[in-house]
Ligand binder design. Structure first.
Ligand code: FES
Length: 120
């Protein structure tokens, strides 16, 4: 599914925009002008990666400093072990669109249980 995120001019370089869907997705605009989308929730615990620090093509989780590669979702620094899910991004007429991945998300157990309707 393709969903509109925000206008490119409204997302300055070095910033992130969080889409409040379930599970949430964050769009990052790097200092080099590239745009990436990944699941917003860290795969380690319940933290928003949009609240983290963007450096190059990497985001650092604000809670325990795991780092994820925005291009692949790979873990570049622990304690997270599992990659974060990535989504394709298209920019058309100045609008950023996110093509949601059909892969299963790698959510931390507490968040996965909450989304499934179980105890958090
Ligand atoms: S919650 Fe992200 S590294 Fe722990």
């Amino acid at each position: 599914m393709m969903i509109p995120a925000c206008r490119l001019v409204d997302l300055p370089r070095g910033e992130a925009y969080r889409l409040d869907i379930d599970p949430p997705v964050s769009v990052f605009h790097t200092d080099d002008g590239e745009v990436f989308a990944i699941d917003d929730t860290c795969t380690h615990q319940d933290a928003s990666l949009a609240d983290g620090w963007l450096e190059g093509c990497e985001v650092e989780c604000p809670l325990h400093a795991s780092k994820f590669d925005l291009r692949t979702g790979a873990v570049d620094a622990p304690p997270a072990k599992r990659p974060v899910r990535t989504h394709a991004v298209h920019v058309e007429d100045g609008m950023i669109y996110v093509q949601l991945s059909t892969d299963a998300p790698n959510l931390p157990p507490c968040v996965a249980a909450r989304l499934a309707g179980g105890p958090a």
